[in-house]
Unconditional design. Structure first.
Length: 341
């Protein structure tokens, strides 16, 4: 591009988008787009937004414009269940989820791409739960142009797509509430409505629920029925370390396999994740009654996407696993649970 005094630009082709910021009118946007042929009537506005010189596009074999770079790289960055802007806006293309699920990004290649200093590709956190239309990433090159060599290096890093959405697979769940005090009616069942609402927000229907006394045989039999009728089972009550807590023992009797009991996240230390075959089964502690977000909310989206959570991942979840106990909860727009993602 060549630099011209404003008075010399009439009839020239603008080489880049020019942004107008008007705080009085609460406006920030494109005043003139790249490719605009500058006219005499444009001069006053260009002066008002502080332009004394303008760069006009001459074209180059060795350099590529920011818009062209974004158009070329966006299809390579986007993987399954991702869509993106048809055209760049001020050199930037944004990426969005096509479906409900969890966002996936290759950390290592993302870091390598951004380390080139020319590209800018911020994303949301890995494993973040998303709904259709949620913005998940935005790409642009920072300068107005970049060399063909840098473009090729960026292209090599995204030979395989960099970001994707893993859709939820689970659509049905069972809830088993254990505790003689609840079964007898001495106290009300608050677990079922809370967990039903939580699952409904993720598109999961509760197809079977029941309240059971603290009896290993009854719990075990009900769990076997739940596994046969749904894709996810949540079992509540009697999941801590008290001698009379029989729920986890009953789950083991029913064939539930656990990697380990509990996790390092607070609240929700006693959330225990297991499975019967391909069906995930979770022992949900009383913390879910008293706190808006617990370990269950951190692990649930991945379980719904059909992922197995390894003991190593559970151990890592302690980093960032302490809730900030804010007066008003904004999770998942919050550091809670994202330290190891």
């Amino acid at each position: 591009m060549k630099k011209l005094a404003l008075s010399e630009t009439i009839g020239e082709v603008l080489g880049y988008d020019i942004t107008e910021v008007n705080r009085k009118n609460n406006y920030k946007g494109v005043a003139f787009k790249r490719g605009h042929v500058i006219q005499e009537k444009d001069i006053s506005l260009l002066q008002r937004i502080g332009k004394n010189h303008i760069y006009v596009w001459e074209g180059s074999e060795s350099e590529i414009h920011e818009d062209a770079a974004a158009r070329l790289l966006a299809p390579k960055i986007a993987g399954e269940n991702i869509f993106f802007d048809a055209e760049p806006h001020e050199g930037k293309i944004s990426f969005y989820s096509e479906t409900r699920g969890i966002f996936k990004v290759d950390h290592k290649r993302l870091e390598q791409l951004n380390a080139l200093a020319i590209p800018s590709l911020p994303t949301i956190h890995n494993n973040f739960p998303v709904t259709k239309g949620k913005q998940v990433a935005a790409f642009r090159i920072i300068p107005l142009t970049c060399s063909r060599d840098i473009l090729n290096r960026m292209s090599m890093l995204v030979d395989e797509s960099l970001i994707s959405i893993k859709p939820y697979k689970i659509t049905t769940a069972s809830i088993l509430v254990t505790g003689t005090e609840v079964h007898s009616g001495r106290i009300s069942d608050d677990f079922t409505p809370i967990l039903t609402d939580k699952l409904k927000l993720q598109g999961v229907d509760v197809t079977f629920s029941t309240i059971l006394p603290d009896d290993k045989t009854e719990i075990s039999q009900a769990l076997q029925k739940a596994v046969a009728e749904s894709e996810l089972v949540l079992v509540t009550g009697g999941t801590s370390v008290d001698p009379d807590d029989v729920t986890v023992a009953a789950m083991k009797d029913a064939g539930v396999k656990f990697h380990e009991q509990g996790n390092p996240i607070q609240p929700g230390n006693n959330l225990t994740i297991g499975h019967v075959g391909l069906v995930p089964v979770c022992a949900v502690p009383a913390a879910a009654l008293f706190f808006d977000k617990t370990a269950l909310d951190i692990f649930l989206p991945r379980l719904l996407a059909g992922e197995s959570i390894t003991p190593n991942e559970i151990a890592k979840s302690g980093h960032g696993g302490l809730c900030h106990f804010c007066p008003k909860c904004h999770y998942p727009i919050c550091p809670f649970g994202w330290g190891s993602s």
